[in-house]
Design a protein around this ligand. Structure first.
Ligand code: C5P
Length: 693
């Protein structure tokens, strides 16, 4: 997939509407591992589809589990896992686990135990940052059991090699001691893996030091129970896994429903608290206040800052309450991930916000305390940070900024909320775009986060940047516009398609292409749908797919006739302008720069000789297996050019401030780079990024 280097968010004015949350990462990866260890098949509903679950699925497949994704037309994809029943199917594997702590720690414990008792040799590695995230406390807990673990890089960190011989015994007579004050994932890893070693006796795990992030342990215990393992606990210090009398202890419940991700919900709870000021709430579907995920307690903190929250089974509704928000002081030990969102809400408060108990931020995807401090300061906030706290005072003067995301999904999602700066309650509120660098790092847990956010957010049309690309038929503007839009992460308007569809609709209704009133009436209520996501590139008219018909030469000629009628052009105006939505629009056609978007920030006019264009169109048709004659193609092109240029309504001509691009001898790639280069020169971030690498 194309990696977009930056996403510019225009200043955003408000938000309402419904978001459907992706599945919880913590629940998804725990369920996958448990299903992989149990016997038989588990069908997982609502599994998160993201980088971190992909690596877990790939690891399970490499270990011999059955992994099947079943797409159901129009509904969620189901994941079928056939587990190992506690018996290794492969004795060697090298598993790459990206930056997924929820895969690395539990798989390390599981494979250490399996290799020690059944024999095997397994290597676990990840991206460079994964090799900086500690695992030594888990290794120290496993070694006294008799597990053979080699640290292949820096001691205390992945990559790891886990080995053992068949028939090995584990020393489970003594309590297993693990530190609880660096990452709760070490205890989770032991709790998930050690049922494999419960033969004729119970296994006891003792936590040393104060256990952090207890709610994550509750998720682990809850899911273990669903797989038939009832862990007894005494406070948060001592956990006992019951003996299994030699049988495989994990029993699949058959079906598991994964809740929406409560940490991901925090961005939309914050969105409601900041931006749902018009009456309608931000509605979040996938989690309710009865969630088993600890991060749902973020809602209490958001309420303390001013949010108004209602909840029901699996939903939340959030509106702005107090405004500006109130600064708070909070020990965030119980909501380590969602607490980051409070640091950004603090920008909208009328007093400082101090978050404590967040030392674990330093060993997450990045050093989140340092990262958050650096980026919020760029926006103008005053930030103080220490080993385990951060204090954010809202900016007195907001600044626009290109914000780094540190390959950390939560940094990207949090920082996006700074785009609501026009809502700041001062006499002269700022109205600044912000730039999110490497926005696709959100794929770790929420691949379509920005689409979801921008679906709910409102921007003033004049704040949404537009690039227009006009030019004659077959000049390559469609391809160029699509590629520029993809590189910027913007919406695309192929205005020719609207005239084509209007022509097709007229023919279908028996209206002649020169019946101005008739065609205009049809154009006015054109029921047209462009596919998004997996359906990108496909088009439906009145519910019928017209993708193929739309691209026919005959349809182009039809479009050129109906588009010459002023009433038809007027009828399609509103529909075209509605494409101007955040974060931006690339519009291609004949009059995008002259008539539709005269204020566009960048206007490009493509020129290429008729001979060159005829040749391109010829190649295109031949490659699709359509017979074509180059001379008649050229004659058709010239006729269409003449009609487009000669008509009274919006004749084809470059806007006065358009930049001309003769692409007769340029590759598509070179043309794309040229347009992106021009855009970069005009963007408010041109200087900010240059000095900010
Ligand atoms: O760009 P495309 O070939 O799809 O456009 C089909 C026809 O629609 C063009 O030949 C032109 O006459 C008309 N058109 C227009 N104004 C636009 C886009 C297309 O008149 N903005």
């Amino acid at each position: 997939m194309l990696r977009i280097p930056a996403l510019d968010l225009p200043p955003l004015q408000g938000a309402d509407g419904t978001v459907h949350l992706p599945g919880s990462k913590s629940i998804s990866n725990r369920v996958l591992l448990l299903a992989g260890l149990a016997a038989g098949e588990t069908v997982v509903h609502g599994l998160l589809d993201s980088d971190d679950t992909q690596v877990m699925l790939a690891a399970l497949a490499a270990l011999g589990c059955g992994v099947r994704r079943v797409e159901q037309a129009g509904r969620e994809t189901l994941t079928h896992i056939t587990g190992l029943g506690g018996r290794l199917r492969v004795s060697q594997a090298s598993l790459f686990l990206g930056n997924a702590g929820t895969a690395m720690r539990p798989l390390a414990a599981t494979l250490a135990v399996l290799a020690s008792t059944q024999g095997g040799r397994f290597e676990l590695s990840g991206v460079p940052r994964m090799h900086e995230r500690p695992i030594g406390d888990l290794v120290d807990a496993l070694r006294p059991l008799g597990c053979q673990i080699e640290e292949l890089g820096t001691p205390g960190y992945p990559p790891l090699r886990l080995t053992g011989r068949p028939g090995g015994q584990l020393n489970t007579g003594e309590p297993i001691r693990v530190r609880g004050d660096v990452s709760s994932q070490f205890l989770t890893a032991l709790l998930l893996a050690l049922p494999l070693a419960t033969g004729e006796r119970d296994i006891v795990i003792e936590v040393q030091g104060e256990l952090i992030s207890k709610p994550y342990i509750e998720i682990t215990l809850n899911l273990l129970a669903r797989f038939g393992i009832e862990v007894r606990r005494e406070g948060w210090q001592r956990f006992t896994l019951p003996c299994s009398h030699g049988a495989s202890p994990y029993r699949s419940p058959g079906r598991v429903d994964v809740e929406g991700d409560a940490s991901s919900a925090s961005y939309f709870v914050a969105l409601g608290a900041i931006a749902a000021h018009g009456g309608a709430p931000v509605r979040i579907e996938g989690v309710g206040l009865d969630s088993i995920q600890g991060d749902i307690r973020f809602v209490d903190a958001a309420k303390a800052m001013g949010a108004q929250v209602r909840s029901g089974p699996n939903w939340l509704e959030v509106r702005r309450g107090r405004w500006p928000l109130a600064g708070i002081t909070l020990d965030c030990n119980h909501i380590p991930d969602a607490a980051m969102t409070l640091a950004v809400m603090a920008l909208y408060a009328d007093s400082p916000t101090r978050l404590t108990g967040i030392a674990s931020w330093r060993v997450k995807e990045t050093d989140r305390i340092a990262a958050m401090a650096a980026e919020l300061q760029k926006l103008g906030a005053h930030v103080e940070a220490g080993d385990d706290f951060i204090e954010v005072s809202p900016p007195t003067t907001w600044r626009t900024a290109a914000l780094h995301t540190y390959d950390d999904h939560r940094m990207a999602m949090c920082l996006s909320l700074a785009a609501f700066n026009p809502l700041v309650a001062t006499a002269a509120p700022p109205s600044l775009p912000i730039r999110i660098l490497d926005p696709q790092c959100v794929a770790k847990t929420f691949p379509d986060y920005f689409e979801s956010l921008l679906d709910l957010a409102q921007a003033r049309p004049e704040d949404v940047p537009v690039i227009t690309i006009d030019g004659p038929t077959a000049s390559g503007k469609g391809t160029l516009a699509a590629e520029v839009a993809a590189a910027l992460g913007w919406h695309l308007l192929d205005s020719g398609a609207l005239y084509r569809a209007a022509g097709l609709a007229a023919v279908a209704d028996g209206v002649l292409p020169d019946d101005e009133g008739g065609v205009a009436a049809i154009a006015q209520t054109l029921d047209l749908r462009f596919g998004q996501g997996l359906e990108a590139g496909r088009t439906w008219l009145r519910g019928r797919e017209i993708t193929h018909d739309l691209r026919q030469e005959s349809t182009g000629l039809l479009a050129s006739r109906v588009s010459a009628l002023p009433a038809v052009r007027a009828a399609l105006r509103g529909l075209q302008q509605a494409f101007r939505r955040a974060p931006g629009l690339v519009a291609d056609g004949r009059d995008m720069g002259t008539a539709l978007f005269p204020q566009a920030a960048l206007k490009v006019f493509l020129t290429a000789s008729a001979a060159e264009r005829a040749e391109r169109r010829h190649k295109q048709l031949i490659s699709k297996g359509i017979a074509a004659n180059i001379d008649s193609l050229r004659a058709d092109l010239e006729a269409r050019d003449a009609r487009d240029k000669g008509r009274s309504a919006s004749p084809l001509r470059p806007a006065e401030d358009a930049l001309l691009l003769d692409n007769s001898h340029l590759s598509i790639e070179a043309s794309v780079q040229q347009v992106l280069g021009w855009w970069q020169q005009r963007s408010p971030f041109a200087l900010a990024t240059a000095g900010d690498k």
